[in-house]
Design a protein around this ligand. Structure first.
Ligand code: SAH
Length: 478
C-alpha cells in the first residue's frame, strides 16, 4: 500500500525534467502549491518559456545532469525517453529524493493522485498506479457530487475558525454549529453565489451566540424526462443531500436510486388518471418537512417551470419564508426532439418553437388556434395524447396543412421509447393503431419529418419514405 501524503511545497525547490506540455501541466500544479520550480530540458514549449521570461520558474538549459538534483525536495521526470527517466529515478533513489516519473509507477517513488480541487479542500484519488484511467473516471464522478461552493465554505470556515472556537468552546455545540454551516443558509447563499450574504449570515449567527437551529429548505429540482444521464450535476447533488424527496409519480426508478439511501421518498402528483395528490397537500408536505429542519427536494419531471406548477410551489415557499433553490431540468420537448433526431428549429423551415399544453377542453378554448396553425414554426405539444382528434381537427381547421409532418414520441429517453411519424391528417388514426399512451410529446412542423432519417434511439414507427422536405440529397438517394 502507498502512504498517502499532502506535501507542503511552499517555497521548496522542485525539479521538473522535460520541457513539453506534460512538464508544463505539472509545473502549473507545483506553482499553485507555491513551489520554487526549476525546469530542465534542451527546449521548452512556449508556455514554459514565457514563465521563465517572467521569472516565475528557473531554467536549466540542456540535457539532464545528475547535479540538477542538488537541493531539491521532489523531482518530476517528464521526458519522453524511458532510459533517461530510469536514470533520473535511479539518481533520485541514491540521493533519497522522491521522484515521480509521469505515467510510470514502476519507476516512481511517489505518485500524483487524481485531484478534486475545492481548495483548501482537496480530495485525492489513487489507484496505486494500477489503473490511473479508472481513478480518473472516479474523479469525474466525485467532481460531480461535490458542489463548487464547497471550497468557498471551507475558506469561510477557515477565516472564522478562531472566532467559532471561541464562541462555541463546547465540542458538541461546535459540531452543531458546523452542521448548521454546512446544511443551513450560509452554504445555500454560497451556492447561490452570494458570498457577502453568506458571510453576513455567519457573523449574525456568531453574534447571537446560541447554536442556530437548522432551518430546512426546499429545492425545486428538474429530473429531466427519464434517462438518469440527463440529470444535471446540480440535481444529482441535491438528491445526494436530500433528507426528504417529494417526487412526481412519473419519476423513473433509476433516478430515485441515485438519491441518498436513507432519504425519505414520498410519491406525490398523479400518473394518468390514477391516484392524485392535490396541489395543496404537496404544499403542506413541503412546509411540514422544511419546518422540521429537513432538506427537501421537490423532484419534478422535466423542468420545474415548464407545465409543472413549479411557479405555484415557488410562490407558496416564498409566502411562507422557506429557503429555496431551483434547479432546471431538461424539458420533454428538448429531450424528445434530441432522442428522436428532430432539430426543433431550422434556418428555412422553423424560425420559432412553441411549447403548448393541451390537456383539457378548458385549455382548448383559451388557445389561440390561428397563431398555433401558422407555418414555419414548430409546436411541441405537452399532455396531448388524450386529445389528438380534437387537436388535429383544430390545426387543420385553422389552416395548417394536413400534410404537415409530425413526430409523436412516447416515453422519450426511456428504454421503451417509441417514435411515431406521419402526416397531421392521419395523426389520430396512427396513434390509435399503435396504442400510443402518455407520457408522449407531439412535435408538429416540417422539422418532424427529420425523425425518419435521423432517428437513433428506441423504436421508429413511421413511414421511412416520408422524407424531410429539406433533405433533398437523402430523398434523391431513396
Ligand atoms: N415539467 C415537464 C412537463 C410536465 S407535463 C417537462 O418540463 O417536461 C407532462 C407532459 O410532459 C406529458 O404529458 C408529456 O406530454 C410530456 N412528457 C414528460 N416526460 C415525457 C417523456 N419521457 N416522453 C414524452 N413526453 C413526456
Amino acid at each position: 500500500m502507498l502512504y498517502p501524503l499532502f506535501a507542503d511545497l511552499n517555497d521548496r525547490h522542485v525539479l521538473v525534467v522535460g520541457g513539453g506540455d506534460i512538464a508544463a501541466r505539472k509545473t502549473t500544479m507545483l506553482l499553485k502549491a507555491g513551489a520554487r520550480v526549476t525546469v530542465g530540458a534542451p527546449m521548452l514549449v512556449p508556455e514554459l518559456r514565457e514563465w521563465v521570461r517572467q521569472g516565475r520558474i528557473a531554467y536549466k538549459a540542456g540535457t539532464y545532469q545528475t547535479d540538477w538534483l542538488e537541493g531539491v525536495w521532489l523531482v518530476i521526470a517528464a521526458t519522453r525517453s524511458r532510459p533517461l527517466n530510469a536514470r533520473i529515478a535511479a539518481d533520485g533513489q541514491a540521493r533519497q529524493r522522491l521522484v515521480n516519473v509521469v505515467d510510470d509507477p514502476a519507476l516512481s517513488s511517489f505518485q500524483v493522485p487524481a485531484l478534486i480541487d475545492r481548495s483548501p479542500l482537496l480530495v485525492a484519488i489513487s489507484s496505486g498506479g494500477a489503473a490511473p484511467m479508472l481513478a480518473r473516471r472516479l474523479r469525474e464522478r466525485i467532481e460531480g457530487l461535490l458542489d463548487p461552493a464547497f471550497g468557498s465554505l471551507v475558506q469561510l470556515a477557515q477565516r472564522y475558525r478562531a472566532r467559532i472556537r471561541a464562541r462555541y468552546a463546547d465540542l458538541t455545540a461546535r459540531r452543531r454549529f458546523y452542521d448548521w454551516l454546512h446544511d443551513g443558509p450560509v452554504h445555500a447563499q454560497l451556492r447561490a453565489d452570494r458570498p457577502a450574504h453568506a458571510e453576513h449570515q455567519l457573523m449574525t449567527a456568531l453574534a447571537e451566540g446560541a447554536a442556530p437551529t437548522t432551518i430546512g429548505s426546499v429545492a425545486l429540482v428538474g429530473a429531466g424526462p427519464g434517462d438518469p444521464g440527463l440529470l444535471t450535476l446540480r440535481a444529482l447533488r441535491a438528491l445526494n443531500e436530500a433528507d426528504v424527496i417529494l417526487h412526481d409519480a412519473l419519476i423513473s426508478e433509476p433516478i430515485l436510486d441515485l438519491a441518498r439511501r436513507d432519504a425519505v421518498r414520498i410519491a406525490v402528483g398523479k400518473r394518468g388518471g390514477s391516484t392524485h395528490t392535490p396541489q395543496a397537500s404537496i404544499h403542506a408536505l413541503m412546509l411540514e418537512h422544511a419546518q422540521a429542519g429537513c432538506r427537501v427536494v421537490r423532484l419534478k419531471g422535466g423542468d420545474p417551470f415548464v407545465f409543472g406548477r413549479g411557479g405555484e410551489e415557488l410562490e407558496f415557499l416564498r409566502e411562507h419564508g422557506i429557503a429555496y433553490e431551483i434547479v432546471p431540468g431538461i424539458t420533454a420537448a428538448l429531450a424528445c426532439a434530441a432522442y428522436s433526431g428532430v432539430p426543433l428549429t431550422h434556418r428555412e423551415h422553423a424560425q420559432s418553437v412553441r411549447l403548448v399544453t393541451a390537456h383539457c377542453q378548458q385549455s382548448f378554448n383559451t388557445l389561440d388556434w390561428s397563431e398555433l396553425a401558422r407555418e414555419r414554426q414548430t409546436l411541441a405539444v405537452y399532455m396531448g395524447v388524450g386529445q389528438l382528434d380534437e387537436l388535429t381537427r383544430q390545426f387543420i381547421a385553422h389552416g395548417r396543412a394536413a400534410s404537415t409532418p409530425f413526430a409523436l414520441i412516447e416515453n422519450g429517453t426511456l428504454p421503451q421509447q417509441r417514435t411515431l411519424t406521419g402526416k397531421l391528417g392521419e395523426l389520430p388514426t396512427l396513434a390509435t393503431r399503435h396504442a400510443i399512451q402518455a407520457p408522449a410529446l407531439l412535435i408538429l412542423g416540417e422539422v418532424a419529418a427529420q425523425a425518419n432519417v435521423s432517428h437513433w434511439f428506441g423504436e421508429l414507427l413511421g413511414d421511412p419514405l416520408l422524407q424531410p422536405a429539406f433533405a433533398p440529397a437523402l430523398a434523391d438517394a431513396a
